[in-house]
Design a protein around this ligand. Sequence first.
Ligand code: NAP
Length: 554
Amino acid sequence: MSASARRRDDNGVDQHREVVVIGAGVSGIYAIKKLTDAGFDAHVVEADEDLGGTWYRNRYPGCRFDSESYTYGYSFSQELLDDWDWKERFSSQPENLRYLNFVADKFDLRRYMRFNTRVSRMIWDELRHRWDLTMEDGSSLSADFVVASLGPLSAPTLPQVPGMGDYEGVSFHSFNWPKEPLELAGRRVGVVGTGATGIQIIAEIADKVGELKVFQRRPNWSTPLNNAAIATEEMAEIRSRYLEIFAACAATPGGFEHQPRWGFWEQTPEQRQALWDKLYDMPGFAILAANFAEIFLDEEANREISDYVADRIRQRVDDAAVAEKLIPTDHGFGLQRLPLETNYFEVYNRDNVELIDISEDPIEAVTSTGLQTAAKQYDLDVIVYATGFDAITGTYDRIDIRGADGAVLADKWSDGPATYLGLLTAGFPNLLMVAGPQSVSGSTNFPRAIETGVEWVSGLLEHLKTQGITRVEAQEDAEQLWQSEVVRAHERLLLRRSKGWFTGYNANVAGHTDGVRYQAYFGGAPRYASRVGEVAANGYPGLDFKASTLGEGR
Ligand code: NAP
């Protein structure tokens, strides 16, 4: 490795590093901890002005975990587990950002981080076995290895509607909710989009704004979060169970404590309903993750749970016609990423809230005063676009990444990503991905999955260092085998036909509406951990290794 070939640039940052980590979010923070502990000369570059990734950006009202806080926190340090108290079962964004800062400060990680630094280009240097990175500000860095911790939901997308630039009020994507306080009292607010983000915003602001207009194209299934405060004694009890909690998360497909079950058809409809009555009132993803596994595989089972949840929506919305509009008809329950809510459906019983079904009355233009649908002009003071992300691959596509022989990563992935284990991609040596496409991170409790990814990447880099290897690349064959496994796991599930970011659907991104993009691995967290663990234990089959002939200082 060429740690010796270091010079300093104007920003006081070494131009060359053994490892550059891109992104200081949940995965980048753990990656830099793990790599520097292992003795690597590693550094983080982060586009934002501070650390936190998704929890730095998403400052919208109502933003909070939908994983139980104590299953979301890092598990790698007992001292950290001892020091941090979660105050709510589903902690809010400001607290989550405080937590990530607490972690960074506790382990003194900021000294490895450079902010306001967006990578715009990465070119592979085959001679030197290294990446040359150019930043948006024109500065540059090189690295023996790049660890991409870009985040699966960090490339926000806006609707393609005429007149977007004409609006004279305040408008932004939910990812860019202003940091400074935004006055909502008495104002006419429009929210476009009813995914997990829109649902959290709508429920939180409905009683704080003058008027709220919700522009919904397709409704999402949504069930109660059932949040609650965590008292001191409960936190002590949680702390005493941490080992057990993380072991339980490691053993379930979604990386949660909730235990899935089989036996849908062995129970009577009344017994199933009794279970669902219980799960509906339980915290978090219980109704999904502790439900019968058959609901994800069997159309009839899925129809029955969908009918059950539809009835719960009908019970909560006074106007029957509005209730019907809030019930999805194009996909069954749990077949797109399930948003969790707090009093969301009751919002539509308020006089100041109106649901506009833009599947029937589409938005035709943004005007200087608001949104113009086919039927009507809606004058608004604030427009929030909660319109989702170019998920999983979008953050990679934004960087001009050129690998061996000048291959462009965005071209390779234009019809969907191809990777080996979601960790490397053939043709792009020494690029390691945490929470990358076709890993389990997009489909499970995120931090549980990224700990697996970071530990695997760090283990690989240590192996390479010990062996004097300077170039590692996934083999095409191994990549194809992983692709088949990803496709098999995906096609087994009813979600294969749904249109959500899980399957790469996004009408705002060219080429993301036709056909499925196999972006996430749906084989479950335990299977994924054991697959990548086996590869490491067996000396990394599927990877090609080379040592540079240029020697130290290449
Ligand atoms: P999303 O689930 O992709 O939802 C985007 C919404 O915007 C959909 O309702 C979509 O309608 C609508 N939309 C997109 N383009 C539109 C257009 N041109 N015109 C009108 N409507 C448009 O995005 P998200 O709500 O930001 O959530 C993304 C993911 O982030 C979640 O699934 C979740 O994994 C994560 N998240 C997590 C939390 C949490 O942990 N608590 C909270 C928020 C988000 P269509 O469905 O018709 O396309």
